[in-house]
Design a protein around this ligand. Sequence first.
Ligand code: APR
Length: 231
Amino acid sequence: MKKIVVFSGAGLSAESGLKTFRDGGGLWEEFDINEVATPEAWAKNPALVLKFYNLRKAQILNASPNLAHIAIAELEKDYDVHVITQNIDDLHERAGSSKIIHLHGEILKVRSSINPELIKGHKEDLALGEKSEDGSQLRPHIEWFGESVPEMDRAIKTMVNAEIVIVVGTSLNVYPAAGLIQYAPTNAQFFIVDPVEINYTSLRKVTFLRTSATKGIPQIAESLKKEIKVV
Ligand code: APR
């Protein structure tokens, strides 16, 4: 089976009703990153950080996977599909994808605020005073701005032998995540799905689908299915 790597961002979940970050009306217009998504914010006002992530958790629990998430999961019938996502929602999981790397963490998990290995599931609101087994305050299992991206090595290893790369719903603004696509082999078949032109310069041949995820991803899946039939 040919290996597909899907690299997704907030735009993939936009049609599930979840806000992106940098579009008009995006989350970073509503909230100040430095107040809710950095280790300094956590040290200064943990209650505000928990309020921000509890709000997003409730929205995600109320959201459902859209046609794009489902089409990505269905590609697993004919391809070896690996999802690398910047998204902290569980919509890829709920759509049925089986190999998923979350570069920026997972909102339905929490962890010790001193030992990042102590992680556990937590679907309810997280409150001050809820402790990890090591006695520290539990925090969202999210990689904040300025923190390392521990899953980056695993993501690079996944990308280096991709035969097909599908980039969907990301402005490619945030590193090191955005640098991941440079690790794909030069001869990999590249697709980018986004309603707007994103700043992606490369010597590669890229098929841009200037459309939404729920239109573009099923189109790609259709064309890849035909490729299978031809072979
Ligand atoms: N279908 C496909 N793409 C869409 C759609 C849609 N329906 N709606 C918006 N987009 C595109 C936008 O045009 C934009 O290029 O999705 C992209 C969203 O970009 P961002 O809001 O910057 O989100 P993302 O790239 O995921 O941000 C990366 O930044 O704030 C951090 O940790 C956060 O993981 C996030 C990271």
